[in-house]
Every structure is written in C-alpha cells, then in structure tokens.
Write a new protein. Structure first.
Length: 269
C-alpha cells in the first residue's frame, strides 16, 4: 500500500465511520474498484480504527469528562453519570457476544462480495428512511432496555453495508429517544468495542508474527493513513451530531438505497 492509497483509505474510514453509510461497506467497494484493501493489512486496520476512536475522544471530550467525574462518586444511589455509563456497558453486550463467538463467521461474510454489501446497504437505507418518518416521543433518558436494543443494532452492523452509526441512531429514534442524545450515545458506545477489537488484533498479530501484520505497509503510508482517518473522523463526528439534531438522515438513506441498488445490479450484469 502506497501513501496515496493509505490517505484515501484513511479518509474513507474516518468519514464513513460516523456518517450513516457503512465504513466496512465502502472499504469493500474501494477494494473492488481500486484494488486497495486495508482490511488485509492488520497494522493499518488497527491504526485507522484507533485513530477514529481518538477523534471521538477529541470531539466528545466534555461528555467523556462528565461521565468520568461522576462515575466513582457515590451518592447512595446511581447518579446520572453512572446510569449513562451503565447504559453504555449494557449496549456493549450484544456486540461483545458476536465478537467473541462469531468473529470468524463475520470475517467470512466480509469476503462474500459486493452483492452482500448492496443488500445490507438497502437494509441501512430502510432503517434511515423509516426512522425519519417515525413519530418522535422524545424520551428524557436512554433506558437500559433501549440501550440493549440499540446494542443489538450495533451487533448486526458488523455486517459489511449495515452502518453502525446509522443503525444505532435509527433504532434509538424508533424507540422514541431524543435526537440530541442519540448521536452522542452512538459515538461513545463504540469506543470500548473498537479498542477491544484492536487489542484482540494486536494479540493476533503477536501470535502470527510481526512480519504478517506489517506486510505491504511502510511507516510513511501508515502515518499518513492514521492522520487522514483522525482528521476526517473529527470532521465527520462533529458534522454527524449536527445532522442528527436537524433530522436529515433521510438523505443518507436515499444515498444508501441508490448505491445498494447499483451494487446489486452490477453483481448480475
């Protein structure tokens, strides 16, 4: 992988991680179109995913600081910060189960081709469009039950083409949660799973030898890809929060429907 390819893949990862269009789906499309496959290089994949987590920490640092300050403060009952942290922990259960018990099966699906990506993008489109027309109820707090259901959406989003941010935010909207809270919750809940997956991949790299992990990527392309993912991740994270507040997810639904349909058609031509 050269520097230009690394920058392109980093930008794509950073933008699509937060925009509701599926980062895994678009990386698969990029691999098919340009012969660039970041997923095959373990070091690069770990690095750009961690870079997107760092962009979340930067953009949502005030919210993270708020949680940390109240997390270890006991008041005789669960305070708001502890309830929020508990909701994030509950949301992680489904994707944790998938990661531990079905990781190999999911990796097989990633190699199933653009037809699977196209079908999954149509699922993402349906969720985004349907949530746009759903009647809002504006719950004041994301309950543990809703957090678990949103977590189920995140677990399903391991499939290439189903957007993690799109599916979790759309599910939260369908459950009647406030737009203002959903984007923030959606982005914070992904931090532990991404870091956990990165740790597992690092252990896998150690077991397989560093040569396999770093094959095909030099230091300069790696740094360039990480910086591209971090900068584009910061922009996309901040932009997406505003988009959710304005209720404009339907346009991304239309985009996913168009791209998904084109991929399905191209698979049979």
């Amino acid at each position: 992988m050269n520097t230009i390819e690394a920058i392109f893949m980093g930008l794509l990862q950073g933008l699509t991680e937060y925009l509701p269009v599926s980062s895994s789906g678009h990386l698969t499309i990029a691999a098919a179109l340009f012969g660039v496959d970041g997923e095959q290089n373990l070091t690069f994949t770990i690095a750009v995913h961690v870079a997107t987590v760092l962009s979340t920490l930067v953009i949502l640092w005030k919210e993270i600081e708020w949680i940390l300050r109240g997390l270890f403060r006991w008041e005789g009952h669960l305070n708001a910060e502890q309830r929020y942290a508990l909701a994030i922990a509950v949301s992680m259960i489904p994707v944790g189960i998938v990661g531990v018990f079905f990781k190999d099966y999911v990796e097989e699906i990633f190699g199933a081709g653009l037809l699977v990506v196209g079908c999954c993008l149509l699922v993402t489109a349906a969720l985004l469009i349907f949530s746009y027309y759903a009647r809002p109820r504006d719950k004041e707090e994301i309950s543990l039950k809703d957090a678990f259901i949103i977590g189920l959406a995140q677990a399903v989003a391991v499939l290439p083409g189903i957007s993690r941010s799109g599916s979790t935010i759309a599910t939260g909207l369908l459950l009647g949660n406030k737009k203002e809270k959903l984007a923030q919750f959606s982005f914070l809940m992904v931090i532990p799973p991404i870091l956990g997956e990165a740790l597992l991949d690092i252990l896998k790299a150690i077991q397989g030898g560093t040569e396999a992990a770093t094959a095909g990527i030099g230091l300069v392309p790696l740094i360039a890809g990480v910086l591209a993912a971090f900068v584009s991740g910061c922009v996309a994270c901040k932009w997406m929060i505003g988009i959710v507040r304005r209720g404009k997810l339907v346009y991304f639904g239309i985009y996913c429907a168009i791209v998904g349909s084109l991929l399905i058609i191209s698979s049979f031509v």
